[in-house]
Write a protein that binds this ligand. Sequence first.
Ligand code: E4P
Length: 319
Amino acid sequence: MTSELDSLRRHSLVVADTGDIEAVARWKPQDATTNPSLLLTSAQDPRFRHLVDNAIREARGDTAAAMDGLFVHFGREILKHVAGRVSTEVDARLSFDIAGSIARARRLIALYERHGVGRERVLIKLASTWEGVRAAEQLEREGIHCNMTLLFSFAQAVACAEAGVTLISPFVGRIYDWYRAARKVDDIPVDDDPGVASVARIYAYYKKHGYKTQVMGASFRKTEQILALAGCDLLTIAPDLLEKLAKAPGPVERQLSMELALRTGGEKIAMDEKTFRWMHNEDPMATDKLADGIRRFDADARKLERLIISLAAATPAAA
Ligand code: E4P
């Protein structure tokens, strides 16, 4: 029997959205994505405690270095189970700091390279703020490939494509969450789901205008949202939803295509900083969710820092 997951794989590259290394090994995705919240969960999991201890030991009392080390140790383990790339996120506190984001990304890549992992196997995740996009533009020139996260508005998508970034992660579920709360409903059917519509619109615009930036739908709440985006370049999916897709019988029909994009992709938009800020600000969902997303990733990174500090007190330093 062909499952929905097998069938989906014919239309889109399937990516695992998790810091759980055993889940990555089980699902054998093309790529994997992490974020500070996912790594906070994994860092507290006894199965992966050795990775946290190694990062702390190597950092010799430097908490920032231990954070970088932890991200890279998880990334390296994940890479043992995927043929493609792992996404590692830059500190959300740098979301409005171009130079700081560039420096942190270079540091992460240097650490990966010191451990024998080439930059072609890593995507540096940055928040899709104006400053994040400018940082990514510079990093791409250095051969450091970027995955633009916390992407909610069309303005963010246009700016990322114009900057020539490798990949964007437009969020579906968090848009759905916002509209569900705004409309005071328990569910929004997939054909009326603003999160799904956002990714479909971005995909069509990119393909119609020949942008090379890949579109990876992210942040899913239910399998229907994933299936409605079959054909998107990549889809990053949490293990519980991968499991549901694997158990459901296929086939899955392609929904996004070049043919449809040429008809629906819309007119090209000229983007500069003023236009970006105006267009993004015109979208209350996107302004709320970008700000909230930065706060949430920052809060989880701070929890991770506190965990590292408390464990460091009990971990012997490297000889
Ligand atoms: C992936 O890159 C994102 O970080 C992830 O899909 C966010 O998902 P969430 O909205 O379920 O936290």
